[in-house]
Ligand binder design. Structure first.
Ligand code: AMP
Ligand code: ZN
Length: 465
């Protein structure tokens, strides 16, 4: 049974979709004024793991994500660049999709720019005004927090911290104080994009876009709404206030939030300048799969401190998977199925499912994979593996890939690895024949290929220098 920590209650709760077999899930997308950094991508990777697991449980998923293509930062940058917001945001939106693909992040079923939903947003704001939840001030429209008594429930903010009545009209992240927030902003600059609405010419605030898009695509009550922890307040609190004021129904049953990626103890953020984009790391020679592996290896509710040592360790772990799969694919086996090995696989299979069911414990899920690899390597060395064991293990790795997206493609390396594999096999043969001179010659030959070998109980391990 899948259990997820629901920010709304603070509890680990059993999850299943409310209505039939389909999970209706909304995740807040990127603000496309620049390239995403790997902190942002950590959140999208966590949501990807959730997505993969929900589908793995046999549910159908309807997953919606917005692309924030209008906010203060975007407008300012576009004006600076002398472009309209569509032209300015297009390359960053493209880059975001490319990064996701590189990191094996599956694409949500519906991804649309916020500005495709202007009529829905105008409709929502109009209804909020009508029912007294929103009011004009100057040329803009604000949400009246005092009209919504449960404001603060998600973030558990004390009422006195809310400073009711004061207004704020920026819609960037990291606003310090919760106050009446802007729903519709009158243009401040002649070049600012604007739309006509019955309540005045303007453009939407940040929060209203998610309420409008989520409810239009998924109905009034979603099964799951996700984001990074910095979204809890004010963004998600405001989404709840806007949506529930209009529908009178709970906006989302489960709120799930991913913890931050840190750098030296601080949140990785554009504004702090302590960030790496995916491109930065790829330019330094890192395999994107190692980056994904690192992000997956720490459960989403724990902070993850980014270091290059951590990234190197992720790379070594991937090498272990790669080596095992290579050995498995390239060895010869006798026909049949060794039940002891099948039992080891059954255990690993159960452990993987149980780990992900337990609030997406990806660290435990990877431990299940490495448990199998360890036993599998011993069995390979002892010649205990049989043909059917090989195919069932390889099939399971397809499941591991579906759930975690971290299985290396062995094929890419097969040509080099075949040579290494065959030299290692010849060396082991020489050692069995006690021809140590030959074994040493082969070790040297491997060294010349930049390959270091080590003989262990689990077999001969190798790695690149
Ligand atoms: P943005 O593009 O700024 O709208 O952010 C996109 C997503 O990245 C949001 O869900 C944020 O919660 C998330 N995010 C921002 N910084 C970090 C970080 N350092 N670690 C993890 N997630 C982050
Ligand atoms: Zn949102």
């Amino acid at each position: 049974m899948l259990k997820l920590t629901n920010t709304l209650t603070g509890n680990l709760e059993p999850f299943s979709p409310d209505n039939g077999n389909t999970v209706r899930m909304y995740t807040c997308g990127p603000t496309v004024y620049d390239f995403a950094h790997i902190g942002n991508l950590r959140t999208f990777v966590f949501e990807d793991i959730l997505r993969r697991h929900l589908r793995g449980k046999g549910w159908t998923l309807k997953h919606v994500m917005n692309i924030t293509d209008i906010d203060d930062k975007i407008i300012n940058k576009a004006i600076e660049a002398g472009q309209d917001i569509k032209t300015y945001t297009a390359p960053y939106t493209e880059a975001f999709f490319k990064d996701c693909e590189t990191l094996r992040i599956e694409r949500p079923d519906i991804v649309t720019p916020a500005t495709d939903y202007i009529p829905e947003m105008i409709d929502l704001v109009g209804r909020l005004i009508q029912s007294g939840y929103a009011y004009p001030e100057g040329e803009s429209i604000y949400y009246r927090i005092s009209r919504f008594p449960s404001y603060g429930r998600l973030s558990r903010l004390e009422k006195r911290e809310l400073k009711l009545g004061a207004r704020i009209d920026v819609d960037e992240y990291e606003k310090e104080e919760p106050r009446d927030f802007v729903l519709w902003k009158a243009p401040k600059h002649e070049k600012e994009p604007r739309w006509e609405a019955p309540f005045g010419t303007g453009r939407p605030g940040w929060h209203i876009e998610c309420s409008a898009m989520a409810m239009k695509q998924l109905g009034e009550t979603l099964d799951i709404h996700c984001g990074g922890v910095d979204n809890i307040f004010p963004h998600h609190e405001n989404e709840i206030a806007q949506s529930e004021a209009v529908t009178g129904k709970p906006f989302a049953r489960f709120w799930i939030h991913g913890e931050h990626l840190l750098v030296e103890g601080e949140k990785m953020a554009k504004s702090k300048g302590n960030f790496y984009t995916l491109r930065d790391l790829i330019d330094r020679g890192y395999d994107p799969l190692a980056i994904r592996y690192l992000l997956v290896s720490v459960p989403y509710r724990k902070q993850l401190n980014f270091t290059f040592e951590g990234l190197d360790a992720a790379r070594s772990s991937l090498d272990r998977i790669k080596e095992f799969l290579f050995r498995l694919k390239s060895s010869k086996f006798k026909p049949g199925r060794n039940p002891a090995i099948s039992a080891v696989l059954t255990t690993a299979r159960k452990q993987l499912d149980a780990a992900l069911d337990d609030d997406l414990n990806t660290a435990q899920a990877l431990a299940a994979v490495f448990g199998l690899i360890k036993e599998g390597n011993i069995a390979l060395t002892e010649d205990a593996l049989e043909e059917e064991n090989r195919s069932e293990i390889l099939q399971w790795f397809e499941v591991v890939e579906q759930r975690l997206g971290i299985v290396p493609t062995v094929e890419a390396l097969v040509q080099v690895d075949e040579k290494v594999g065959s030299l290692i096999a010849q060396r082991n043969e020489a050692r069995r024949n006690r021809d140590f001179a030959k074994a040493d010659r082969i070790r040297q030959e491997l060294l010349d290929l930049d390959v270091i070998i080590e003989d262990t109980r689990e077999g001969t391990k190798w790695r690149r220098k």
